[in-house]
Design a protein around this ligand. Structure first.
Ligand SMILES: [Zn+2]
Length: 181
């Protein structure tokens, strides 16, 4: 009897953890567009805090869409504090260095090679952006020509999914109408 209970118990644990894993893993294509747009609006709201470099970002829970952390470009404080890095830092300070695969980062602009590499190192489930690097460049902001997709494909371990063009019109307007000194 005891042996039978132990077997049932083990099966239960195995099934529960498998199910949880399957649900938790971010899958960008299964997230409704409306939810992508809601998260991008939160990133746009963050971008409004920097009129010259309107890079805003949020990290959400992939399953619920709840915003877990926010960031905005703070390169006036520190040259590497791009919006995505600020957001990563805020996430870690609040939740610790864990559960990355359950999260998705939304950013108004396509991540530069530094930020895309950092995001890949976190093991984040997905990255969603509004404006392309081409638009960012045409707004007069210094940029690398290497795309986020090229950086993603250049690693031999990334499982990060990428999606561009969410609320692209709104994000493009942020960059094209940015404050120029
Ligand atoms: Zn960057």
């Amino acid at each position: 009897m005891k042996r039978r209970q132990a077997l049932i118990c083990l099966c239960g644990i195995g099934f529960a953890s498998l199910t949880r894993g399957a649900l938790a893993k971010a899958n960008l294509s299964s997230i409704p567009i409306k939810r992508h747009e809601t998260a991008m609006r939160a990133a746009i709201a963050m971008a409004a805090q920097n009129a010259a470099y309107p890079f805003g970002a949020v990290i959400t829970n992939a399953n619920s869409g709840v915003v877990l952390a926010k960031g905005v470009n703070k390169t006036f404080e520190n040259p590497v504090l791009h919006g995505e890095i600020s957001c990563i830092n805020q996430y870690v300070s609040q939740y610790g260095n864990k559960n990355w695969s359950d999260t998705v980062l939304y950013t108004t602009g396509e991540p530069c090679p530094m930020c895309m590499s950092a995001l890949i190192w976190t093991g984040i489930g997905g990255v969603v952006f509004g404006s392309s690097i081409a638009v960012i460049k045409s707004s007069g902001i210094d940029a690398f020509t290497l795309s986020a997709d090229e950086v993603n494909k250049a690693s031999n371990f990334s499982q990060t999914q990428l999606l561009g063009g969410i609320l692209e019109t709104e994000c493009n307007a942020l960059f094209m109408n940015r404050k120029r000194s």
